[in-house]
Design a protein around this ligand. Sequence first.
Ligand SMILES: [Zn+2]
Length: 275
Amino acid sequence: MPADWLRPVRMALDAREQAIDIFFRDDDAGWDDDRLYALLECFRDCNIPIDLAVIPEVLSQSLAGSLLGRWRRNPFMLGLHQHGYSHNNYENQGRKCEFGVSRSEEQQFKDLLAGKQQLECLFGLALDRIFTPPWNRCSQATADSLLKLGFQALSRNRGAAPLHTGTLREIPVAIDWCGIRIKSVQPWVALGQAITDVLYPEHPEPLGIMLHHAVMDVDDLEHLQALLELFREHPNTNCRLMREFLEVRQSTDAPGRSCPLESQAVLTATRSCLI
Ligand SMILES: [Zn+2]
């Protein structure tokens, strides 16, 4: 492993005046369970929380049971939310999309509802009301349907085409780990630089890192572990679950609820107690 690929990341963190919120979103839970478990072990060993975007149609009973068991043992280290319905591509041309413009709102609503019901049945209260569309792409009809179904947040790429989202929050990812690694001649240097670029400006938005366990090998996990250890140790990082961003906003928006700092303190304290 190149020893210095994290050096610019560390320098960027050192240079920050304020801590940055960070989250990890792993997509495609339901595919390649063995690799998913390896990724979850990596996060558990490093004591960093992780959000899983779960494909309803391919989720097995055994995986659902295992994930729910992990959530029950420590709900502050694992987030579970819906990732499309079947992860099929319905576009005949252009970029792949399950919830694209070629599908009507009625078709989209039907799939979103079916997926939501399946996951609610398996996960119950452990399911977060967050939606990640496959390939990070969806249409206005998707956002409209998500609002009708009571979702609280949509997660796509940072810089995705704007949608009218109403009360639906956006929790975008900024880094595509596997995309950068596959496209680059010097993948780890490129990944370190991409993360550094997001850290340098005093950006108030969280740093979201997208993973795809099904295409991550041992080399990926070794590098990821080094990054997680840096984030765990550095004073200018707060690694969180995606749902925590909703809790902070709700507390801020609703007078009379607990103060956001207090909620965060409780979350952090509880997380430490459960380790
Ligand atoms: Zn996906």
